[in-house]
Every structure is written in structure tokens, then in C-alpha cells.
Design a protein around this ligand. Sequence first.
Ligand SMILES: [Ca+2]
Ligand SMILES: [Ca+2]
Ligand SMILES: [Ca+2]
Length: 135
Amino acid sequence: MPFSRRRAVPALLLVLGTATAAAQTGWLDQFGKLDGNGDGIIDLNEYQAGARAAFAPLDSDRDGWITLYEMRASLDPNTGGAGADGLARTRMAAMDLNHDNLISEGEYVAFADQSIETYDKDGDGRLTRQDFQAR
Ligand SMILES: [Ca+2]
Ligand SMILES: [Ca+2]
Ligand SMILES: [Ca+2]
């Protein structure tokens, strides 16, 4: 995979569709949302469920695919740096495993799988608040 772990670092936030600035304060809320059974641990199932839940609103015409247009529409137009268009393209490139310029739910969840490894410091396949705070 040319898309390295280094670039996958903000992937959870990316998967959750959260703007980076807001995420600094919002990740605790995100954690609570992902931890479906409230045991303080996000396991792979919960993480994938979160990814699927995040996929649905991005696919605004509900055809099962996220297009560049849909991705861009989900972003804050005031996004800094490369701007919403650049960010949308970056996200698309990161997730589009078969390079058809469409993101399927499977690709979205696969990207989430990849990103959980980035956060999972001790490699047990589960995320705790400590895993996040260690960053
Ligand atoms: Ca849990
Ligand atoms: Ca769509
Ligand atoms: Ca694709």
C-alpha cells in the first residue's frame, strides 16, 4: 500500500468526517459514540460500525458510493490549507482502493481497519482512551 501509516495518522478523524480543529476538542465525544456498549474500549466491531455509520450521511444520494462531489459537500468550505476541494481529493485518494473514483462502503470500512492499527498502540485490536491520549 503506497498509503503509509504515517499518512494514516489522522485517519480516525478522517473516517469520522470531523474537521481537524474541532476534533481536538471533540474526540472524547467521538470516543463515546464509537464505544457502543460503553465499556471504555472500542473494539474492531464497534469501530467498523462507526465507519459504516459515518459512511451513510456522506453518500447523500444513497446510491452506495461516495463521489468526489459528495465528499467535498461533506466538508466545511472554510477548511484551511488545501481547502475543501484538495482535502476531498486527498481523502478520496486515501480510500479509493480500486481507483474507480468512487468510495464503496467496503473501501470506507477497510480504510477504518487500516487506521485502527495506527491508534492501537499495544496491538490488541482494541482502542482505549489511553491509546488516543498517547498521541
Ligand atoms: Ca466497547
Ligand atoms: Ca453517492
Ligand atoms: Ca473505489
